[in-house]
Design a protein. Structure first.
Length: 336
């Protein structure tokens, strides 16, 4: 019996149709003037016009959405997955002070479903626009035998730029600095191997909460950085509060205040019988991004957030310590 690529499970025409659909969007892209060639070619070209930078450093970040894709597949709800993918990359990218430039995605499935792929890419494109990041290229792969039924996976890759002299990070953090928290939208895209077990019996009742897309922070941080002197940012992903220590120098530690943990995280704690330490080092527990700045900037931070109707809270302080760690009185978390 004669066999071709389509009979083997790979439909090239569907892939071409998806590229054509992407190219049909004539809306100007972020950084449109720097895009030499984008979607449709073998590779994308981006003009490296960095005249405003003295020592420009290219910054890269890559990530996926993890097993959250399994929840999306189970309930055929793909609306937020594209934003999840962008968020997990650009939220990392901005932590060193970088301006997002462009984004590439990889989408793989056993059999390409155009409706699913378009829903995914629509959310991804919107998230790129909101983050000031050009969707410059990507790859769609059909892999029958690797992915089964409606299974799929995705990965993202973001590139940005920052002036070397203006980079944020642990080299700017000082004893006495204040730590501020900006809320997450939910679980973002971490901990879903645990969450799928915790909510296994009534997942249908929790699906909407579990599929809330990852919050995008680039616009907020860009505006805020024009008002205050940011020392460091920490994107709170897998590992929870331990992520803060990634921007704390040796010889310092973090003293944290209590905050109101959203009820959905408390439900996980109750069902899984987790300790506070375990919960806070697994999930974001309502904190999506942490900012560290001098106490001198506290008033400017307050004014900016009030003007933008942006929720935030004082999470703690940077202290002197021979042991780089974070400290929190767990007994004060109950009943907050």
């Amino acid at each position: 019996m004669a066999i071709d690529y389509k009979k083997a499970g790979v439909d090239i025409e569907k892939g071409d149709a998806l590229v054509s659909w992407l190219q049909s969007d004539t809306r100007p892209s972020p950084h449109q003037d720097k895009i030499v060639s984008g979607i449709g070619g073998f590779a994308a070209l981006f003009r490296a016009d960095f005249k405003k930078y003295k020592k420009p450093c290219l910054v890269s970040a890559t990530d996926g959405v993890g097993t959250k894709v399994m929840v999306a597949t189970q309930f055929k709800n793909y609306n937020g997955i594209g934003q999840d993918l962008v968020g997990m990359c650009v939220n990392d990218l901005i932590c060193c002070g970088a301006e997002p430039l462009f984004f590439l995605d990889y989408f793989a499935s056993g059999k390409l479903d155009l409706d699913v792929a378009q829903t995914f890419l629509k959310g991804l494109k919107e998230a790129c626009h909101e983050s000031g990041c050009a969707l410059i290229g990507g790859e769609t792969a059909e892999m029958p035998g690797v992915y089964h039924n409606n299974d799929f996976d995705c990965a993202g890759f973001a590139v940005g730029v920052v002036d070397e002299a203006d980079m944020w990070g642990e080299h700017k953090v000082c004893v006495g600095d204040k730590i501020y928290a900006f809320p997450s939208s939910g679980f973002h895209s971490n901990g879903y191997s645990l969450l799928r077990k915790v909510f296994a019996e009534d997942l249908v009742d929790w699906q909407e909460r579990l599929l809330i897309p990852t919050r995008l922070y680039p616009s907020l941080i860009k505006g805020l950085s024009s008002e205050i002197n940011v020392h460091a940012l920490a994107h709170i992903t897998g590992g929870g509060l331990d992520n803060i220590l990634r921007v704390i120098p040796d010889g310092m530690a973090v003293q944290l205040n209590t905050w109101k943990v959203p009820d959905v995280f408390l439900e996980v704690k109750r069902r899984a019988e987790m300790s506070w330490e375990s919960l806070l080092t697994t999930l974001n527990c309502g904190i999506g991004m942490v900012l560290i700045a001098s106490p001198e900037d506290e008033e400017n931070l307050k004014k900016y957030c009030q003007k933008q109707n942006q929720e935030y809270w004082s999470l703690g302080d940077v202290i002197s310590s021979s042991n780089k760690s974070w400290h929190l009185d767990f007994s004060t978390m109950d009943g907050v």
